[in-house]
Design a protein around this ligand. Sequence first.
Ligand code: NAI
Length: 466
Amino acid sequence: MTDLENKSLKTQLAILGGGPAGYVAAIRAAQLGADVVLIEEKELGGVCLNVGCIPTKALLKTSDTNNVIKKSKEFGIESSIENINWQTAVDRKNRIVKNLNSGLEQLIKASGITVIKGRGKVKSDRKIIVQTADGTINVNCEKMILTTGSSPLLPNIKGIDSDGVMTSNDALNMDFLPESMVIIGAGVIGLEFATMFGLMGVKVTVIELADRILPEIDNEIAAELQKIIKRQGISIKLSAEVKNIEKAEDGLAVTYSQGENTYTLNCEKVLVAVGRKLNSAAIQDLPLQFDKGAIIVKDNMETNIDGVFAAGDIIGGKLLAHLAFMEGKIAAENALGINSRINKNAIPACIYTHPEIASVGMTEDEAAAAGISIKLGRFNFRNNGRAQTLGEREGMVKIIADQSNTIIGAHILGANASEMISELTLAITLKATANDLANIIHPHPTLNEAIWEACGDLLGRAIHKL
Ligand code: NAI
């Protein structure tokens, strides 16, 4: 490869964007012996590692700990919280992110991948120009993978740029906890932050345009979560539209309409979580085909242009880090001549609310829309011994199967749902039936027994259920 100082280099594979899709593509391509250039303007790891999955989970640990202390009397320990130092939680979050960043940098270096720190712009299907701190570098490549990701979307609301209005990126770096917060959007991001801050004692109101929370999630599961978070003291306004945000004496005044009525709420902070926009500024010069801003790709992750692949959020669909990992791997393999594909029937999704939601496969509504006649099995955690001992009685496992009992969807609401869903992802991947799972010995006492029981319920033979 040419020296970087020549301001021009040739590579077999150039990857634009070092998030979960881009860095996994880079590592996989390097494993396959390719000469790889990875272009990233910020830290490696993308939204997920720097301002998404990882930092939110680090802060969640603080709110979980707070919750455990508040509930400790139930477990025979009388305790009280003397002080909450949110800045310490944010510092811990920053240390975790930094550790993972440096681990990732070492991995990339050890894989022999050339990283160029700078802003890339695609000039043609074989050329990316990168603006670095030291000047411009032309990267000429045989193939490229576009993995430029997504950013928070700001809706067109009057006063959205007021001081105190935050995106999820800003919400991760508050140095103190506000007394009150209005969250616009009851989607994944809105509700993860709502339960996190709500459990920390922040007075949270969520304002949602639609008539339900979590539009992508199975209706029954979402409705159950709504009841639970209401009991936690979080207020949810549905079918409500924010019209205006303005400065008030002690923070912000948020005006929203609901039906015929208009209301104004005062709060210290506003968090906007109404979806994400795809980062396509760097790829405008390519004649790519798009659908609603997302690059259209074939099953092998190749775009309409030969040799140009795309993966991760920029191809739309479900914006999930683990899906981006797999898409990055598939893009790299196909770019290097290996024919591989993703099983789109078995994409797990986890929402880190309190309690968590995890799902894989079809919802009831999706099965109905596909004309599939279904069988259902349910099991409530309050009937599960391990859940009782943990003091985590809320939620359920719900299994959806077709008439041959093959599992086509699974939805979990409850503690550790995100850890449990992999059993069901494996089941759907292997086309397992409810009988298969109902006949597997699950260790006792475990939360996963609720999966065994829900499958039994689907077959009319759950044990710990009347
Ligand atoms: P989202 O699409 O999940 O939810 C946005 C919500 O905002 C929707 O319910 C929508 O009806 C509502 N909305 C839109 N405009 C509105 C308005 N003007 N006023 C009130 N409500 C409005 O988007 P979100 O939560 O921002 O997440 C973005 C993406 O990131 C999602 O695709 C999600 O899957 C992904 N993500 C995944 C995570 C996970 O898997 N744990 C965590 C965080 C994000």
